[in-house]
Ligand binder design. Structure first.
Ligand code: GLP
Length: 261
């Protein structure tokens, strides 16, 4: 796992956007994995800027989302399918039909989850997966206790996650859905490159466990320690509980120029 400490989200965004730009230059039909939440917003803004400047094209790429609330109406602005369109995919030249997410409105939920797994596999898997992390260490919506081998399925959101996300629902906990569909930890682990971004002191404990803790379903993101190509980008506040912070800084500063992300 590579740990990169940067001054702020804009510096992080530049590094992640460089990786996406390089990937799409090498493989224009690459498959991207997209996360919602506030953490990747600076990355999306930078990619939009580059797309407008014709520095990167998403025209032949495909994208899969990590998760979706169950039961939010199709037009609900917080439905992740709508959120990602507003924040990213609707602002770049990716084809609308090339963006897929789990169907949180499907009547047969297990069938919808299987279909989603099949669609990811049929696309050849995700080349680069952008991730955020919840304060309780969840990635996508894999809450503590999630099977480390899990696949796309329905999950019950923890009260903490619903509280964290209430800001998107008029600060009204009652409006936050109780259930979601999410790629499993096993699904996420099939992506070829995992890129997790986190900023702020409220993420420091989760980042500490992710990078330096024991692999455990109690801190689901720790499964990333088993991934052969995982990059974690944080600001100083999110890095504040890392025991080896000085070593990570030195490692990045002295990284050979030929070594990519
Ligand atoms: C939600 C999303 C996750 C995201 C997490 C953190 O629970 N399902 O994909 O990583 O929130 O969100 P934020 O980046 O806003 O802190």
């Amino acid at each position: 796992m590579e740990l990169i400490i940067q001054p702020d989200d804009r510096a992080i965004a530049t590094i992640v956007a460089d990786a996406v730009t390089t990937l799409l230059a090498d493989k224009p039909d690459a498959v991207l994995g997209l996360a919602t939440g506030s953490s990747p917003l600076a990355v999306y803004d930078e990619l939009v800027r580059r797309n407008e400047a014709s520095e990167v094209s998403f025209a032949r790429s495909r994208a899969f989302m990590l998760d979706e609330y169950v039961g939010l109406a199709a037009e609900h602005p917080q439905r992740y399918r709508n959120v990602i369109e507003t924040e990213f995919t609707g602002r770049v030249d990716i084809r609308a039909e090339a963006v897929q997410g789990p169907d949180g409105l499907g009547e047969d939920i297990p069938a919808a989850c299987r279909a989603y797994e099949d669609a990811i596999a049929a696309a050849g898997g995700v080349d680069l997966q952008i991730l955020g992390i919840g304060t309780d260490g969840h990635i996508a919506f894999n809450e503590p206790g999630s099977s480390l081998a899990s696949r796309t399925r329905i999950k019950t959101l923890t009260r903490q996650t619903r509280l964290d996300n209430a800001r998107f629902f008029d600060d009204d906990l009652e409006q936050v859905p109780t259930h979601c569909l999410t790629q499993g930890l096993g699904t996420i682990m099939t992506a070829k490159h995992l890129v997790l971004v986190a900023t702020g002191a409220h993420k420091a404990e989760a980042i500490h466990h992710l990078v330096e803790g024991s692999v455990s379903a109690m801190w689901p993101a720790t499964i990333m320690q088993h991934h052969p190509h995982a990059t974690v980008l944080v600001d100083g506040a999110a890095a504040s509980r890392l025991q080896l912070a000085d070593y990570y800084r030195e490692t990045y500063e002295t990284k050979p120029a030929w070594q990519s992300l």
